[in-house]
Ligand binder design. Structure first.
Ligand code: TYD
Ligand code: MG
Length: 453
């Protein structure tokens, strides 16, 4: 027996409160408590009649799951070599970014490879899905569609499947369990629906993919616990003004994290971009100050990205810092180091920083390229077209080593760059016909740019 208790649950962090308040004591979020009915098991847990569990040895071969390759190189790479049978993946992203399109194309591909695929949409009607499938050229495939929101019905249906299938739920926030007295999208519903669906999918060792909405701050809506319940968390990101989309793994129990896949949104769906560096550099202008190329690394893949800066005198009391694609705190740090260690005056200047192509960079290794773009803009000296940068900047103005320098240099060589600006302590295999500038301090970079590298 279980009895119903009125509880207030924070929709951001999932903490339970016995009474309502305007602010969650745990995460300090305002207005996030919602009344939900929570069933509590009655009676002491020690009396529960559990079954004896069977232990296994890790050397047992049957514990290894085969991976399902999707024919989408970009998705396979992000997943760490394909989807693992019996795994659960959560994919989040802004509305309209292309989650439904991506997964429809994915099952379209898989059904061509004779995989059994099921696509359940709680957001779109069958005629809407049909229109999209028409556009993507997968109308005649053998995907099974349903437009339902009752998670209990879905769980019963997928629980009766005998063979491994690929199951897509679009989206977890639209699903509900009738026995729970809260509306769809609330913490209790999201958690319970995900739990039911995961158990049902695991019975047939199927691959379950849940689409999730993101909140204003960019995290997947619903409790953090949803991210703990799944094996892999992917984010599909990009700027709606750009055609490019990036699929990024944030958590992966079966592969590396921070691996990215790059796509372009066309009128016939998403197209994979095999060589993103080429694409991100394609619109670069010659002889313009304020542009520096960063030899970056996304997961295991090297990628060259243009960092653009525009620095100009400000008419405001607190000058503007407008940043697209990079971290605000890191820009403040770099400008403080430039100001105090290199005597580059920025405190009364507006700084606009843009990572071209709509991609977001998280690596501290981009510090040197950002500093170079700022110096180049302040001094109005263009940086040579064949120069790339990587290196982390410390608070005392020192330039620190970064990981995987060889991979970065190889990518730069491949794309015709021949001048590498890197930390002095970085050990690299020297490639022929390449010029290396090893820097110890950020002030060395100012000298180098002023001398017109
Ligand atoms: P969608 O997959 O519905 O986004 P999500 O599920 O993340 O909300 O993508 C919708 C957007 O993509 C919409 O603005 C139209 C655009 N789109 C294309 O540009 N080309 C296409 O072939 C398709 C199917 C969609
Ligand atoms: Mg959608």
């Amino acid at each position: 027996m279980s009895k119903l208790n009125k509880q207030y649950i924070c929709q951001i962090c999932g903490t339970l409160h016995s009474k309502w308040s305007g602010k969650c004591e745990n995460c300090n979020e305002w207005n996030s408590l919602l009344e939900e009915n929570v069933s509590k098991p009655s009676g002491p847990l020690s009396k529960s009649s559990g079954h004896k569990i069977k232990f296994e040895y890790l050397k047992n071969d049957t514990l290894e799951y085969p991976r399902l390759k999707t024919n989408f190189n970009e998705i396979d790479r992000v997943m760490g070599g394909g989807f693992v049978s019996g795994s659960v993946t959560l994919i989040g992203g802004d509305p309209g970014i292309g989650k439904s399109t991506l997964l429809l194309q994915l099952v379209g591909n898989l059904s061509k490879m004779n995989e059994q695929c099921i696509y359940v949409s709680g957001e779109e009607s069958l005629s809407q899905i049909k229109m999209r499938a028409d556009r993507l050229g997968i109308k005649d495939s053998n995907i099974q569609f349903a437009s339902v929101t009752n998670a209990s019905d879905i769980a019963t249906t997928i629980g009766s499947i005998k063979t491994r299938s690929v199951l897509i739920i679009d989206s977890i926030q639209t699903m509900y369990l009738p026995q729970i007295d809260s509306s769809p999208g609330t913490v209790t519903q999201v958690r319970a629906c995900a739990h039911e669906l995961i158990i049902a999918a695991k019975k047939s060792n199927s691959i379950l993919v849940l689409i999730g909405h993101v909140t204003k701050d960019g995290s997947i809506a619903g409790p953090r616990v949803l991210e703990h319940m799944v094996d892999t968390v992917l984010y599909f990101e990009g700027d709606n003004n750009f055609q490019y989309r990036v699929l990024r793994s944030m958590k992966n129990r079966f592969g590396p994290t921070n691996e990215i896949g790059v796509f372009e949104m066309l009128n016939v769906g998403l197209k994979e971009i095999m060589n993103p560096s080429k694409l991100f550099l394609s619109d670069r202008q010659k002889n313009v100050s304020g542009s520096a190329i960063f030899a970056g690394l996304e997961g295991t893949r090297p990628i060259l990205i243009e960092v653009q800066a525009l620095v100009m005198p400000s008419s405001l009391a607190s000058p503007r810092r407008t940043i697209v694609g990079w971290d605000t705190a890191r820009l403040s740090m770099i400008s403080a180091v430039l100001e105090s260690r290199c005597k580059i005056h920025l405190s009364n200047m507006d700084i606009f920083l843009n990572i071209a192509g709509g991609i977001k960079i998280f690596e501290p290794a981009a510090d040197l390229a950002v500093a170079a773009a700022i110096i180049s803009s302040v001094k109005d000296v263009p940086i040579s077209f064949s120069t790339v940068f990587f290196g982390e900047v410390g608070l005392s103005g020192e330039i620190r080593k970064v990981n995987q320098a060889e991979l970065r240099i190889k990518e730069a060589t491949k794309l015709g760059f021949d001048n590498i600006i890197l930390p002095s302590k970085q050990k690299v295999i020297i490639e022929k016909n390449m010029n290396y500038n090893n820097l110890t301090l950020l002030s060395d970079l100012v000298d180098l740019i002023t001398k017109n590298i």
